[in-house]
Design a protein around this ligand. Structure first.
Ligand code: DOR
Ligand code: ZN
Length: 433
């Protein structure tokens, strides 16, 4: 099957060019001039929309299994394609966590035949002697949480991180870390609100842990992603270390780039997230980081919960992020608050580079035909009740936005359009290394 995409403004090597894309099967066959002839079976008219490499979300919680009441592979990947994401990387803090080969294999079996976009998996190793075996079961990398203990495994101490780095290094797969020092997190009462939660997770908890990670990372030749950096100081430490350690990758979320502490009063517990939403000066520092090219990855940290869980005495932290990412980030870019070019890179090239996914992250001959069409539109209000996620709330509900995803193509087939919504075609594949 040969497809020609016409009338697109195509994002190629950091430039927007008027070219046609020829897709053959699941791959991009070539990029041609509008005037060039080519026999094809069908034509997709992009009607002047911006065509980006299929967006990659390197930080997603698809849940499923015992947490399928929050989200499952089907609902999660439907939300992903509606948000323009064509590959999402799933986090291992499931119930039970993906801590050994058996669980990873089970998780892949659960995903099989139910995914609307490509999915890669991260694992949380607890038994370091089995890391090599675990990595061979088909994960893209590792993820650990320094502020929480899973199955008695604690990653908050330098020595423990060192052992992890030493073993993980042998697998040549990146380590992603949630950086918060549990010693600096305050104990919360039985019932608390968003502002109390935020105060219990002070900036110092992130800053101290980033310091520790940078120290350990400098001794091991392995890629390390510091997930969802939220503080100006944490980013500053990262930037200084990146000068001598190119294996360090930074990640920020759309929420930490767009929201500041006043949202905690406005939407309350819905905005509870770890690390918490910070002050405006941190937001500005993170945005400057995107301008300076210091941010390698923008990950949504799509973290669905039920509304009951969010509004409970002890609210669950996190909120869905797939479908608000493009509207929020591209609206900020349109307003001059973020550079469009670096936003696109952090959603495409950046994550592809982190995970060595050479067939992803750019529009070029022989790449997987994953594409995201985007259009700037007159101002509208974000309506989270229309979400494809099971979690139909968002701190961004009611926010003004000026950009939408108009079409998502996964492996050569259209799986979402803004007119028809999600198309019932589970065209995703599990991506392994
Ligand atoms: O707010 C958060 N929610 N932070 C995390 O690190 C985990 C996530 C979740 O899984 O809900
Ligand atoms: Zn997360």
């Amino acid at each position: 099957m040969l497809t020609r995409i016409i009338n697109g403004k195509v994002w190629i090597k950091d430039q927007i060019v008027e070219r046609d894309i020829i897709i053959e099967g699941v791959k991009i066959k070539k990029i041609i001039k509008k005037t060039e002839g080519e026999q094809v079976d069908r034509i997709i008219d992009a009607k002047g929309d911006l065509i980006l490499p299929g967006l990659i979300d390197a930080h997603a919680h698809l849940r499923d299994g015992n947490l399928s009441y929050k989200e499952d592979f089907s609902s999660g990947t439907r939300a992903a394609i509606a948000g323009g994401f064509t590959l999402v990387i799933d986090m291992p803090n499931t119930n039970p966590p993906v801590s050994n080969s058996q669980r990873l294999i089970e998780r892949k079996t659960l995903a099989h035949g139910r995914i609307y976009c490509d999915v890669g998996f991260l694992v949380m190793p607890t038994d370091f002697s089995k890391i090599t075996q675990l990595s061979k079961s088909g994960c893209l990398g590792f993820k650990v949480y320094t502020h929480r203990v899973f199955e008695d495994a604690n990653f908050s101490e330098g020595e423990r991180l060192r052992s992890l780095f030493k073993e993980a290094m042998k697998t040549n797969r990146p380590i992603s870390i949630h950086a918060e020092d549990p010693k600096k997190i305050h104990k919360l009462p039985e019932s608390y609100d968003a502002e109390e939660h935020s105060k219990a997770h002070p900036k110092g908890a992130e800053i101290e842990m980033i310091k520790e990670i940078i120290k350990v990372a400098s001794d091991f030749p392995i890629k390390v992603r510091i997930c969802h950096i939220s503080t100006a100081e944490g980013l500053q430490l990262f930037v200084e270390s990146k000068r001598y350690n190119s294996n360090l990758f930074s990640e920020v979320t759309p929420a930490h780039l767009a929201l500041e502490t006043s949202i905690l009063r406005k939407v309350g517990k819905l905005a509870v997230v770890e690390p918490p939403i910070r002050e405006f000066k941190d937001v500005l520092a993170l945005r400057k980081g995107v301008w300076d090219g210091a941010i390698d990855v923008i990950g949504t940290d799509h973290a669905p919960h039920t509304l009951t869980e969010k509004l409970a005495d002890k609210p669950s932290s996190g909120f869905p992020g797939f479908e608000t990412a493009v509207p929020i980030l591209f609206t900020l870019a349109k307003g001059g608050f973020l550079p469009l070019s670096n936003v696109v890179k952090a959603l495409t090239e950046g994550p592809a580079k982190l995970y060595g996914l050479i067939e992803y992250g750019s529009i070029d001959k022989d790449k997987v035909a994953n594409l995201t069409f985007i259009k700037f539109v007159p101002e509208y209000l974000i309506d989270s009740s229309k979400s494809y996620s099971k979690a139909k709330f968002s701190p961004f509900n009611g926010f003004k936005a000026e950009a939408i995803v108009t079409r998502t193509i996964v492996r050569g087939e259209t799986v979402f359009t803004s007119e028809d919504g999600v198309i019932d075609l589970k065209n995703g594949k599990i991506v392994e290394r």
